[in-house]
Design a protein around this ligand. Structure first.
Ligand code: SF4
Length: 69
């Protein structure tokens, strides 16, 4: 069974350390104007990297939800 997840980032807590981008490039990306953009429904093959990014976020700003369908 393929697990799909949705990702959300609390912008009030994110301090844009870009650790998430290091862990899961392409899922999380700091833009040139200093915002964090991210893919809300990442490729399931990136699941471990996304989980790792959430674990390592210093602000605990990343929420992952499993999506059942
Ligand atoms: S690691 Fe956390 S605080 Fe840093 S940019 Fe990513 S979501 Fe924001």
């Amino acid at each position: 069974v393929e697990i799909r997840v949705s990702v959300s980032v609390d912008n009030n807590h994110c301090h844009r350390y870009a650790i998430c981008q290091q862990e899961a490039p392409g899922v999380f990306e700091l833009t040139h104007d200093g915002r964090l953009s991210y893919s809300a429904i990442p490729d399931p093959r990136r699941l471990e990297a996304v989980r790792q990014a959430a674990r390592l976020c210093p602000m605990q700003a990343i929420t992952i939800r499993e999506v059942h369908r």
